[in-house]
Design a binder for this molecule. Sequence first.
Ligand SMILES: *Cc1c(COP(=O)(O)O)cnc(C)c1O
Length: 232
Amino acid sequence: MVENADASVDVVANLRAVEARIAEAAGAAGRDPADVSLVAVTKVHGPDRIRPAIEAGHRTFGENRVQEAEGKWPAMRDLSPDIRLHLIGPLQSNKVKAALETFDVIETVDRPKLARRIAGLMDETGRRPDVFVQVNTGAEPQKAGVLPEDADAFVALCRDDLGLPVVGLMCIPPVDEEPSLHFALLAKIAARNGLTGLSMGMSADFEVAVRFGATHVRVGSAIFGERPKPAG
Ligand SMILES: *Cc1c(COP(=O)(O)O)cnc(C)c1O
């Protein structure tokens, strides 16, 4: 967590503006804006920036690190009983137990070992956050996610063999490619697997994602301002 250098960011105005843009994109695509959930991504930001969003009535948030979320969200949850916190970053097997305690949705399930560990700990703890399967639509070697050609089998493993509450698919398109191709691919894989959830679209492309059927857009900087670069 960092101190926010620029205190002038108006989180609530930004939130309303992003909501309006989602509503407009949904309307233009003949979709009900209520079918698109805005996951406000608060990674790196501190309570001073998160609290106004909660006080303005926002309830759905995203964090990319288990440890960071464990530290700051218990106090934020005191502000409202119905916060929904999504894990949108990679999950290591040794953090699964903490993730089940901290998050309401895990968007980044992407390998059999992790899926098995989640299933085992769900049984042990009784905590059952919804899960998304992350798909590496661009087949980028450095990026997390199951490859598109392995997605059907992996969804079957998670949902049918392990009984995970799989609600949809998630992707992060390559930065230098047209995102719509990736959004369309994710939607196609979801449809053929009977999954309705699609977590796709960030600050730069959430309207495109809504046009391609996103049910969850993950928006950080357009609401909370630019993130300070990590030191070092
Ligand atoms: C940080 C992050 C976002 C939000 O990115 P912005 O460009 O700031 O909107 C969305 N998804 C994931 C997985 C992220 O890590």
